[in-house]
Ligand binder design. Structure first.
Ligand SMILES: Cc1cc2nc3c(=O)[nH]c(=O)nc-3n(C[C@H](O)[C@H](O)[C@H](O)COP(=O)(O)OP(=O)(O)OC[C@H]3O[C@@H](n4cnc5c(N)ncnc54)[C@H](O)[C@@H]3O)c2cc1C
Length: 475
C-alpha cells in the first residue's frame, strides 16, 4: 500500500534534510529518502557534505594542522615536543567518528521533527491525480505518494576521461579522505577548493604534493589580490602548483600513477606520483531518479532545470542544492531547502545569492562575500578599496599567525559594501560579519564605527573598513 505524504524529499544531504525538517516544522507530513550507506550498510544521512565532503575534510584539516603546529610551530611558543609520531589510523578513525556523530544527529532531528525517513533509492514512478508516486528501493520496497516533491540528490565527483576512480591510486574526494598511509608523492589535478584542502591535509602529514591546474590564473573566482597572497603562502609551505597545464595521459600501474601533461609554455612534462587526487569539478547526480517517468526536465549540462525559486518544469516538483545551478556549497543548498519548504507553505522564502559566502579552509583560510575587484572593474563600477594586514594586529601576533589581510570594496558614491575578501587566520569565522553587513546593505563607514573587541582578529575587519576612507588607525 502506498504511503501518503504532503512533501517527499529525495536526497538527505544538507539541501534535502534541511528542507524536510523545515517542511515538517511548517506542519506538512514529510518524508525524506536517502540512499547513503555507512560501512555496515546502515543509513548515513547528510549526503556528500557529512560523509565525504565538508565534515570529514574539516576533521582532517584540523588534525593535520595540529600535527603541523606540534612539529613546526610549538617551538616558537617555547614548547619543545619530543617523539612526535603520527597515528594515521587513529586520525582517520576520529574523522569517521565525527562523521557518525553528524549522521546520528540528523536521524535524531528527523525523529524530533517527525520526518519519516526511508533508507534507499528514490525514483519517480508516475504522476497521478493523487500526486507524484515515488518508489523507494532499499532494505524494503515502498511506494510513497506526495503532492510536493523536492529533489535534492546532490552531485558526484567528475573523473578524467580515460582515468576512472579506483579509490586506491586514482582518488575522488571519497578516497582522498581515506588514504591509509601518507603517500610519499601525491599528485592533485585541479587546484580549486577541494584540491587545495586535500593537498593541504596530506602535505601537512608529510606528502610531497604537486598540483596541476588547467586555468592560467590561481583561484580565478577569488579576488586577485587575495589569491596572490594565498599563492605566496602555499608556495612557502611547499605546495607545488603548476597553472595553465593540459592533462594528456594518466596511467596507473603497480608502481604508481604517471601523468603526462603539457605545461604553460607548451612543453611536454611527466609527473610520477604514488597516488593521484582528481578534483576537477562535480556532476549533478540524477542516477536512478528516473526523471523521464514524470517528464522532469534537465538542462543541457544534466542539472535539474529550475527557475530562481527552485521550481522545475513540473507543478509542485522543486529541486535544490548541487543538483541545480549555482555554487556547489552546503549552505547554499540549505538556504534553498528552507526557501522551498516556505514557498510550499505559501510564504516568501528567499535566497540572496549575492551574500552567499565562500570559504577555503586551508592555512591561511580564504573567505569572501560579494564581488571581487576584477568583477567591479569589468562592470565599470566606481569603487573604493581598503585593506588591512593581520601583521599589524595584536591578536594575530599573539596567535603567531600574521599571514594575510582583510580587503573591503565599497561603492565610491554611496559607500555601500560591495565585497569583502579575507585571507588569513579564521577567515571562515570573520566573514560572517561581512555577510551580515551586506545583508543589511551597510556602508564601510558602518563597520568602521562599530566597536570591535580588543584584542581580536575582527579588529582587522574594522581597520580595513576604516582604510576605505584612508583612516586606518593601526597602520
Ligand atoms: C571534499 C569536499 C569538501 C567540501 N567542503 C565544503 C565546505 O567546507 N563547505 C561547503 O559549503 N561545501 C563543501 N562541499 C560541497 C558540499 O558538500 C555540497 O555543496 C553539498 O553537500 C550539497 O548538498 P546537497 O544536499 O545538494 O547534495 P549531497 O550532499 O550530495 O546529498 C545528496 C544526497 O542524496 C542522495 N541521493 C542521490 N540520489 C538519490 C536517490 N535517487 N534516492 C535517494 N537518495 C539519493 C545521495 O546519496 C546523498 O546522500 C564540499 C564537497 C567536497 C566533495
Amino acid at each position: 500500500m502506498a504511503k501518503n505524504f504532503d512533501v517527499v524529499v529525495i536526497g538527505g544531504g544538507p539541501g534535502g534534510y534541511i528542507a524536510a525538517i523545515r517542511a515538517a516544522q511548517l506542519g506538512f507530513a514529510t518524508a525524506c529518502i536517502d540512499e547513503w550507506k555507512n560501512a555496515q550498510g546502515g543509513p548515513a544521512p547528510g549526503g556528500t557534505c557529512t560523509n565525504v565532503g565538508c565534515i570529514p575534510s574539516k576533521a582532517l584539516l584540523q588534525s593535520s594542522e595540529y600535527y603541523e603546529h606540534a612539529g613546526h610551530d610549538f617551538k616558537n611558543h617555547g614548547i619543545e615536543v619530543q617523539g612526535l609520531r603520527l597515528d594515521l589510523a587513529k586520525m582517520l578513525a576520529r574523522k569517521a567518528s565525527v562523521v557518525k556523530q553528524n549522521n546520528d544527529g540528523i536521524l535524531y532531528l528527523f525523529k524530533k521533527n517527525k520526518v519519516s525517513f526511508f533508507h534507499g533509492r528514490g525514483s519517480f514512478v508516475a504522476r497521478t491525480e493523487a500526486g507524484y508516486e515515488v518508489a523507494v528501493a532499499g532494505a524494503s520496497a515502498e511506494t510513497l505518494v506526495a503532492k510536493h516533491v523536492i529533489v535534492a540528490t546532490g552531485s558526484t565527483a567528475r573523473a578524467l576521461p580515460g582515468a576512472p576512480f579506483d579509490e586506491q591510486q586514482i582518488l575522488s574526494n571519497d578516497g582522498a579522505l581515506a588514504i591509509p598511509e601518507v603517500p610519499k608523492r601525491l599528485g592533485v589535478i585541479g587546484a580549486g577548493v577541494i584540491g587545495l584542502e586535500m593537498g593541504s591535509v596530506w602535505r601537512r602529514l608529510g606528502a610531497e604534493v604537486t598540483m596541476l591546474e588547467a586555468l592560467p590564473a590561481f583561484l580565478g573566482a577569488a579576488d586577485e589580490q587575495v589569491a596572490k597572497e594565498a599563492a605566496k603562502a602555499f608556495s612557502r609551505q611547499g605546495l607545488k602548483i603548476h597553472l595553465g597545464v593540459r592533462i594528456d595521459t594518466v596511467k596507473a600501474d603497480r608502481k604508481g600513477v604517471t601523468v603526462g601533461y603539457t605545461d604553460a609554455k607548451g612543453e611536454a612534462q611527466t609527473l610520477a606520483v604514488d597516488r593521484l587526487i582528481v578534483s576537477i569539478g562535480r556532476a549533478p547526480n540524477t542516477t536512478g531518479l528516473n526523471p523521464e517517468a514524470v517528464g522532469l526536465a534537465l538542462d543541457e549540462r544534466g542539472f535539474v532545470a529550475v527557475d530562481d525559486d527552485c521550481r522545475t518544469n513540473l507543478p509542485n516538483v522543486w529541486a535544490v542544492g548541487d543538483v541545480v545551478r549555482g555554487p556547489m556549497l552546503a549552505h547554499k543548498a540549505e538556504e534553498e531547502g528552507v526557501a522551498v519548504a516556505e514557498r510550499i507553505a505559501g510564504q516568501h522564502g528567499h535566497v540572496n545569492f549575492n551574500t552567499v559566502p565562500w570559504v577555503i579552509y586551508t592555512s591561511p583560510e580564504i573567505a569572501w562575500v560579494g564581488q571581487t575587484e576584477q568583477q567591479l572593474k569589468a562592470a565599470g563600477r566606481a569603487y573604493r578599496a581598503g585593506t588591512f594586514p593581520f601583521a599589524a594586529n595584536g591578536r594575530a601576533r599573539a596567535l603567531g599567525d600574521t599571514t594575510g589581510m582583510v580587503k573591503f570594496l565599497a561603492d565610491a558614491k554611496t559607500d555601500e559594501i560591495l565585497g569583502v575578501h579575507i585571507v588569513g587566520p579564521l577567515a571562515s569565522e570573520l566573514i560572517s560579519e561581512a555577510v551580515v553587513a551586506m545583508e543589511f546593505r551597510a556602508s564601510s563607514e558602518d563597520i568602521a564605527r562599530i566597536c570591535h573587541a580588543h584584542p581580536s582578529l575582527s579588529e582587522v575587519t574594522k581597520e580595513a573598513a576604516l582604510a576605505v576612507d584612508k583612516r586606518a588607525l593601526n597602520a
